[in-house]
Design a binder for this molecule. Sequence first.
Ligand code: APR
Length: 263
Amino acid sequence: MSLDLILPDSLVKAFKTARHVTVFTGAGVSAESGVPTFRDAHTGLWARFEPTALATPEAFEADPALVWGWYEWRRSRVMRAAPNPAHEAIVRLARHVPAISVVTQNVDDLHERAGSRSVAHLHGRLMQPRCFACGTPWRYPDGMPNEPEDGRRVTPPECPECAGPIRPGVVWFGEPLPADEWLRALGAAAGCDLFITVGTSAMVYPAAELPRIAAGQGARVLQINPQATALDSLADWNLVGAAGVVLPALIGAVFDDASPTTG
Ligand code: APR
């Protein structure tokens, strides 16, 4: 799909003069890859549970097979997905600006698979599980999980060190963000001159503080989202549309760098 964007001069100038761009992404960026968002992943076996009731340490302790099965289902969906033009446009943007930081709330690895480096994952990484008891990292066996469409209960593997249950490498509700990634994200928000928030409702804190911190430090804020969000009034520019359409068209127009997907 292609899009002819009419861009304000001020936005083009902000890109051309930026010394450090921070891109802050959420579930909307992976949506066009077919990765179910947190709420969309709430079907089949999981439909009768509130997602927020599955994504907690308490839920895992109460019923590890139910929660691990849900994450195996999500992992199988992510492994079948491929990066989309939004992920790819962020990689292309990196070639045109002196410095870029990518901060995501997504637990998938699609930014990395597209070619982004040093992505700060505020809500953890689906592909990096660890022991619930002792924290020892655990590696998935090679190969693709093949979970049924409606999901199923799966007993978590045992930690080879302490026999504790292996848990997903994500941040659950009630847990702190990984300190090093959060510090990097804070630095990226406070130190950038252009902050792009894309595909996030910006409602889950503390991640949602980042655009506000950036704006407070004087950065210009661009939002890309097909729907209204809590950031509409904070953003200097709101580009309304799907990330996989708007981002490639934007990078193509500003830097005269058209990808095959921008037609
Ligand atoms: N392109 C851009 N944005 C999109 C697209 C798209 N194709 N499709 C949907 N969106 C937008 C929606 O309009 C919405 O604003 O993506 C946003 C998704 O919002 P959320 O589901 O709240 O996702 P996110 O902001 O990433 O949530 C943050 O909350 O669910 C928890 O831990 C989970 O990391 C997640 C966090």
